[in-house]
Design a protein. Structure first.
Ligand code: DGN
Length: 263
């Protein structure tokens, strides 16, 4: 049985990439809700509705586990998805938080994400529930997503936007910064350059490890196939997904199908 992964669009491919690296034998089905991206600027009610539609589409493909790759969706809809689906459901927030708590030495953690993720306070709430003494500084970085979608990952423009959003965080005394959005790992180099010694936590890498651990724990690991198959579904036309997605994955994307989620 495959693992289902969904995101509001293309960004979740950073998560798919890390899962494929760590679990090369697993069959992966990816759904990108490209017709309705971005989720990051929508109301909680809408994000939950869209997330449920994505989850049920994948559930009907007989997945054994659901990975909510989108930070916005994980922030707002993880609990309800866990209640509605009779399979393990994992979101990106908790693995990112756990990693950040391991990394920080001075107890001051920065979080960056979309407007909706930051407003939901999902990250600070999770952090405080584990360790109330940690100080959290959050910042929404809305221009990072379009920047990445345009393939502007390094150079003057990227540097200026990074500086614009991260200046305060850089001087706030944090020693750890969580990249709380699917797109941000692509800007890692530019962000790291600007942030200097501050440690970056890539939630895509962290969730991949969590998926692996959970598959072992639940004895769901795939031992049969040699090479994990990857199938992609998108709600808008596949052309743009293919073009931008190949920047994310660094290889040619085949098997992209267009689907409609509205019933
Ligand atoms: N996938 C979204 C996230 O991780 O928050 C980013 C894209 C978006 O919907 N704005």
């Amino acid at each position: 049985k495959p693992i289902g992964i969904f995101d509001s669009g293309i960004g979740g491919l950073t998560v798919l990439k890390e899962i494929a690296k760590l679990l090369p034998n697993e069959n992966l089905i990816y759904l990108g809700d490209t017709a309705r991206v971005p989720y990051g600027i929508r109301s909680a009610e809408t994000v939950i509705k869209y997330s449920l539609e994505c989850a049920f589409f994948l559930f009907r493909k007989e997945i054994k586990m659901l990975v909510v790759a989108c930070n916005t969706s994980s922030s707002l809809s993880l609990e309800i998805l866990k209640k509605k689906l009779p399979i393990p459901v994992i979101g990106v927030i908790e693995p990112g938080v756990k990693a950040a708590l391991k990394v920080t030495k001075n107890g001051k953690i920065g979080i960056i994400g979309t407007e909706a993720t930051i407003q939901s306070e999902a990250y600070p709430k999770k952090i405080k529930s584990i360790n109330p003494d940690i100080e959290v500084v959050s910042k929404a970085c809305p221009l990072f997503v379009p920047l990445v979608e345009e393939g502007i990952l390094e150079g003057k423009i990227a540097e200026l936007v990074v500086e614009r959003y991260l200046k305060e965080l850089k001087n706030s005394g944090i020693d750890t910064l969580v990249l709380g959005c699917t797109h941000y790992p692509l800007l890692k180099k530019t962000i790291q350059q600007y942030m200097g010694g501050i440690k970056l936590v890539d939630s895509a890498q962290e969730i991949a490890q969590e998926v692996k651990d959970l598959l072992f724990l639940q004895k769901l690991i795939n031992k049969n196939s040699k090479v994990g198959a990857k199938t992609f579904y998108v709600t808008d036309s596949p052309e743009r997904f293919k073009k931008i997605g190949e920047i994310f994955l660094n290889y040619e994307i085949k098997n992209i199908f267009n689907v409609s989620l509205e019933e």
